[in-house]
Design a protein around this ligand. Structure first.
Ligand code: GLA
Length: 734
């Protein structure tokens, strides 16, 4: 009935605009934002506007009026520019027709709007080639309250011999301003999400990955684009996007001779020509978009709200504090090592134990990273009583139990590699190049998809007490190729691998909706909303050094919320960097994400023992604020002064937790102060320093009551000036 009403309404709107000879207007809108497209008399659909909500846009004028010869007036930005006609910039769509014609001319067919629920509206704008039976649908979902709009595209056709799709972007965004500042996030192992900002100059700036797997260990497929000035926290026109895709991607920013910026984002067309048969469909990943005229702080809060509700498993449930066995035991353990760790974890108030790598393989035991991957049977020498025994032991201690798998991968030294050489990604007869001593399984092959699903299924069948799975992927693709795909479909590999992975995730989530799953790929190598929606959280980095984590988490949390950010206290000296950092600083950093431990708990000795136990208890108190609250960034570690600070504020603004860190020695005379944000100016708040070492206070107003107005205008001054000084304040409405 609702659909019928929508269609009737839609037809009425279309008819009324035709009758009044006005341009048809298609709006995609959230509470505060509008995207506006106009259907022109020449059949084109123009990208008219994207930004703050506009209520009345009539009369609709042409956007680029110059009326002089050779000024490219015809280059009015289209909703979805295809290669052909006068369009000479990088196109959103490029394909070759069955007769060899290289150009495409898309015209508007119509649009349909469907109310999905009280918060979400879907709009599909249909386009068609003027001459060829090629059909393109551009789909938007507007998330009203979160001010997020997702965009994706699908293509079908009826050309008998098929078409070759060279590029099909998820979104095209044209902007016009005096200048453009791009923030992007490069990464590598142990140094993921390093934030960089630059002013764009004429030409094309490209952010991309061609790694297939572990793509975000090049750059993350997310960006912030600020108009006319560097992106500020609380002011300025800022656009942002996250591509929800775990494979090769490309984001390009083309500043053209009209002074416009043309943003394209989608799957990477590199070596990815797709031969699309008649009636087959390609569906692009979604580009998740938002905008704010109040700076990037609001962008972050939009993404976090949206992610908790729509793109994270169990986004409304608090995460348990866990002890992961990796840095505490690596591959060297037996049953007792693990049960001792569980005993100690329970003593600290930890809530879950996760058994990392090293528990499987018999003929090729997994005693290092050189053997056993693919053979997902419990190692009988190390764990004679199996996983069931360990999981039961954990549960009897009051802990949940989790386990590590890496089901897309195989060591050459494994039973699986010997049995199924045809399942391994390879480029014809060339050598298969190992990375971390392992090869990649070909997820474009449905049999491999079954194997990966069955691995998960069989591991879960080892015990009904497994509540959590850490899913790892420790290499990327090189020498790409597939024994399964046909000769002329080898370039489909990149697309089919990711689709295969997602179809396995779909099957897993259909069967195991309640299991917690961590997204890991050598740390944060697969951090994107395409994969994240199947997971509860991600492992942000194998670098557990608290100082480095401040930079990684600051940038990561620009798009991805704290509830999902696995953030663990590890031992000192740190295993990756050798750095010696006091336990308070390590906890203060880890407690601003999803707290966990990544160490041998027996190594926490002396005063540190009591501190750690108390900190875990404290985290339980602040956990709802950190995991469900609004993030306000106060001082960036990327700024010159080497302090960092941020706070979380509960949705009702009654509680807040504030973190501040000193990253180096600051001279005696310099001091740290910052204004708080996000509180209610008209309420009074008690400010209490928490997680402090006994007898030490960094805040001279500790325990006093201040107005929200005071805290947000005058702020707090803290005595944190030495390297690895830090402070945590609990701010509670009175
Ligand atoms: C990857 C992960 C680590 C750990 C190891 C195990 O590096 O990121 O956390 O699980 O694999 O081999």
């Amino acid at each position: 009935m609702k659909n019928l009403l929508t269609t009737v309404l839609f037809s009425f709107l279309t008819l009324s605009s035709v009758l009044s000879n006005e341009k048809e207007i298609v709006r995609v809108e959230t509470n505060d934002l509008s995207m506006i497209f106009t259907a022109e008399t020449d059949g084109k659909i123009v990208y008219h506007y994207w930004g703050e909500k506009v209520n009345n846009i009539t009369p609709v004028l042409d956007r680029r009026f110059k009326n002089q010869p050779d000024t490219n007036d015809e280059l009015v930005p289209q909703l979805y520019p295809a290669y052909g006609g006068r369009y000479y910039l990088n196109p959103a769509l490029k394909l070759t027709h069955e007769d060899g014609v290289l150009t495409t001319d898309l015209v508007y067919v119509g649009s349909k709007t469907k109310v999905l629920d009280s918060n979400r509206t879907e709009t599909v704008i249909s386009l068609k080639d003027k001459i060829y039976p090629v059909f393109v649908d551009v789909k938007f979902i507007a998330f009203r309250a979160e001010n997020i709009i997702s965009q994706s595209v699908s293509i079908t056709h009826q050309e008998k011999k098929g078409i070759q799709v060279e590029n099909i972007a998820s979104a095209y965004i044209p902007l016009h301003a005096e200048s453009y500042y791009l923030t992007h996030f490069n990464g590598t192992w142990a140094a993921e999400m390093q934030m960089e900002e630059e002013m764009l100059t004429h030409g094309v700036k490209v952010i991309e990955s061609k790694k297939g797997v572990r793509t975000t260990q090049s750059e993350n497929p997310s960006f912030i684009l600020s108009l006319n000035a560097k992106a500020q926290e609380d002011s300025g026109d800022v656009y942002a996007g996250c591509l929800a895709w775990s494979g090769n991607y490309k984001l390009s920013f083309e500043l053209d001779e009209t002074g416009s910026l043309n943003i394209l984002g989608g799957m990477n067309p590199f070596a990815a020509l797709y031969n699309l048969k008649a009636s087959e469909k390609i569906e692009t990943p979604e580009m998740i978009l938002t905008y704010s005229n109040r700076g990037k702080g609001q962008i972050t809060r939009n993404f976090h709200d949206w992610a908790r509700k729509y793109s994270l498993a169990h986004g409304d449930e608090l995460r348990p504090i866990l002890l992961n066995s990796w840095e505490g035991a690596y591959f060297s353990f037996n049953e007792k090592t693990l049960t001792d760790m569980m005993d100690d974890a329970a003593g600290f108030g930890v809530e879950m134990f996760v058994l990392d790598d090293g528990w499987f393989g018999n003929k090729y035991p997994r005693n290092g990273d050189n053997a056993g991957l693919g053979d997902w049977q419990v190692n009988k020498t190390k764990l004679p009583r199996g996983i069931n025994y360990l999981a039961d032991y954990a549960v009897n201690k009051g802990l949940k139990f989790g386990i590590w798998i890496e089901p897309e991968m195989v060591n050459p030294d494994s039973e699986l590699a010997k049995k199924h050489p045809e399942w391994i990604v390879k480029s014809g007869k060339r050598d298969i190049l190992p990375m971390r001593n392992q090869w990649l399984l070909d997820l474009s092959n449905p049999k491999v998809q079954d194997f990966v699903f069955n691995t998960f299924d069989e591991v879960l069948a080892m015990s009904s007490n497994i509540s959590y799975v850490k899913w790892d992927a420790n290499r990327h693709v090189d020498n790409a190729g597939s024994d399964y795909l046909a000769k002329n479909e080898q370039s489909h590999f990149w697309y089919e691998y990711v689709k295969g992975l997602y179809s396995v995730y779909d099957r897993i989530r259909a069967k195991y909706p309640d299991v917690m799953i961590q997204l890991c790929s050598s740390g944060g190598g697969r951090l994107d909303y395409g994969a994240l929606k199947y997971h509860d959280e991600f492992w942000a980095s194998d670098n557990t050094n608290a100082l480095d984590r401040i930079y990684i988490q600051y940038a990561t949390n620009t798009f991805f919320p704290a509830i999902a950010t696995g953030s663990h206290v590890s031992t000192s000296p740190n295993h990756q960097t050798g750095m010696i950092i006091p336990i308070k600083f390590r906890f203060d950093v880890a407690m601003s994400g999803r707290l966990g431990l990544e160490l041998q708990p027996k190594d926490i000795v002396g005063d540190d023992h009591g501190f750690a136990k108390k900190a875990i208890e404290t985290y339980k108190q602040i956990r709802p604020i950190v995991q469900f609250g609004d993030l306000y960034r106060l001082v960036s570690p990327y700024d010159v002064n080497s302090w960092a600070s941020h706070m979380y504020v509960s949705k009702d603004k009654k509680q807040s937790v504030f973190f501040a860190y000193s990253l180096k020695y600051h001279g005696r005379t310099t001091y740290f102060d910052t204004r708080l944000k996000g509180l209610n100016p008209d309420k009074n708040y008690k400010v209490t320093e928490i997680n402090s070492r006994s007898g030490h206070s960094s805040f001279n107003g500790n325990g006093k009551v201040f107005s929200g107005d005071y805290l947000m205008k005058i702020g707090v001054n803290l005595n944190i000036g030495n390297p690895f000084d830090s402070a945590v304040l609990l701010i509670t409405e009175q």
